[in-house]
Design a protein around this ligand. Structure first.
Ligand SMILES: [Zn+2]
Length: 234
């Protein structure tokens, strides 16, 4: 699977592979990579952008975000994610724990850890208060979110979305960089996420289509505004 590099700002890149993104921040002494897509020689792609030592941060342990983790020696992940990372991927994470409020400084960026469980138990967002953006992994995007299967928890996702919405209401961020679909998503999409999550919890959402063939037939696609989710209504 091919990698495509895209420069977002002078020291901020994304690297896409088959519909998923990793993000790369370049500092003066080191660089920070967020997620590693499906797998392949991502290190070579990173080295074509920077020769600085790289710290890897994992937003969550789904297969499309951890494929090349072994290539990066210094790796951080939330401890609540370790178990599903290992179970889903049949490999052990060689990672240090990170915690809510930890800040990774890299050049002009300061990436603050915000725990947002729901899509997975230890999923995190990375917030830059000065630049007013947040990276939310798969939890917020103008795209379909997988909320069916191992490790998904709609109630927890709802609380995480409320937490993000409260931060957004305080003006802490206005842009979301998404791992799938549209790269730069206006933060007002959180309202659509919350409405859809609420409808799914209340069982009032109407399915708008089927889900991919590898899911059971009871899993459907639900949508509200720009947001879609694969979910099984109980
Ligand atoms: Zn993903």
């Amino acid at each position: 699977m091919e990698y495509v590099k895209k420069q977002i700002a002078e020291n901020f890149w994304c690297i896409e592979q088959n519909g998923v993104r990793s993000f790369l921040f370049i500092g003066t002494d080191d660089a920070v990579l967020v997620d590693t897509c499906f797998g392949g020689d991502l290190k070579a792609v990173v080295e074509s952008i920077t020769d600085l030592p790289v710290t890897l941060i994992t937003t969550h342990g789904d297969r499309d975000h951890i494929g090349s983790d072994e290539q990066f020696e210094t790796h951080f992940m939330h401890p609540a994610e370790f178990e599903i990372y290992q179970r889903k991927n049949q490999k052990k994470p060689n990672a240090y724990p990170l915690w809510e409020g930890d800040v990774f400084r890299v050049g002009e960026y300061a990436l603050e850890v915000v725990l947002i469980p729901g899509h997975t138990p230890g999923g995190i967002a990375l917030l830059d208060r000065e630049h007013k953006f947040i990276l939310c992994g798969d939890s917020v995007q103008a795209h379909t979110i997988y909320m069916h299967g191992d490790s998904r928890n709609m109630q927890a996702l709802y609380y995480s979305l409320e937490k993000l919405q409260a931060m957004r209401d305080m003006g802490i961020f206005d842009t979301i960089y998404a791992s799938h679909g549209q790269l730069e998503v206006p933060a007002d999409i959180l309202e659509e996420h919350l409405t859809l999550a609420q409808q799914l919890l209340d069982c009032t959402a109407e399915a708008i289509g089927d889900a991919p063939d590898h899911f059971p037939k009871t899993v459907k696609t639900y949508g509200y505004g720009r947001v879609k989710m694969y979910f099984e209504m109980k």
